[in-house]
Ligand binder design. Structure first.
Ligand code: ZN
Length: 229
């Protein structure tokens, strides 16, 4: 792939790529865009083949669309061995977490990694429990950082010529805040991050309220990384 020309025209994934402006707005961790965008890749066991595709929510959440699509493919069986990686603009809601857990139960040879740009209604106890249940089922959930934004830009975005390295640089602070809150969720601690918005068209802002239990259980470097403590 040449950085002079954008994604190679022979790239078989080209028609499945999203446009740069779509990536930029969907995955911005500082915004609360309603729709969800899912970029995913499937690595098939032993064959070194990677499939990449993208999806958005319709009248169903994007996670459900993914499960319905993949399980309807004739090559996909309960014994299929593969590794799936999602890059999603929002973390799964409680209902989707249940569906993902059931999908993994029925397909025990599938491993799932989920990178998310933002945590979906993360103070909701059911959403928090859903994410914990996924972790208990073996799903690796992480917040997208610069490394994942760069990877997605190069592999899922129809970036313009000479722009291979021009992925959007979002403020690190929001990624660190979400990393901190994801720690709270996984450890079963109360939320410390609140995201608020005064008016619909104004950017959100946050408050951070740390309790003794947070200081006790969360590794200090996670706090320090935010630069706020
Ligand atoms: Zn959902």
């Amino acid at each position: 792939m040449s950085c002079e020309t954008g994604p190679a025209v022979v790239d078989p994934t080209l028609r499945r790529r999203i446009e740069p402006h779509e990536f930029t707005v969907f995955f911005d961790p500082t915004q609360l865009r309603k729709e969800t965008c899912l970029l995913y890749e499937i690595r098939w066991g032993g064959r070194h083949r990677i499939w990449r595709h993208t999806g958005q929510n319709t009248n169903k959440h994007v996670e459900i669309n993914f499960i319905e699509k993949i399980t309807s493919e004739r090559y996909f069986h309960p014994s299929t061995r593969c590794s799936i990686t999602w890059f999603s603009s929002w973390s799964p809601c409680a209902d989707c977490s249940k569906a993902i857990k059931e999908f993994l139960r029925q397909h025990p040879n599938v491993t799932l990694f989920i990178y998310v740009a933002r945590l979906y209604y993360h103070v909701d106890q059911q959403n928090r429990q859903g994410l914990r249940d996924l972790v208990s089922s073996g799903v690796i959930i992480q917040i997208m950082t610069e490394q994942e934004y760069s990877y997605c830009w190069k592999n899922f975005v129809n970036y313009p010529p000479s722009s291979e390295v021009n992925w959007p640089r979002y403020p690190n602070l929001w990624m660190k805040l979400y990393i901190l809150e994801l720690y709270c969720i996984i450890l079963g601690l109360p939320p410390c991050l609140k995201i608020l918005r005064r008016h619909q068209h104004e950017p959100p802002y946050f408050t951070l309220t740390l309790q003794y239990c947070h200081y006790q259980r969360i590794p200090p470097y996670i706090f320090w990384a935010t630069g706020l403590i």
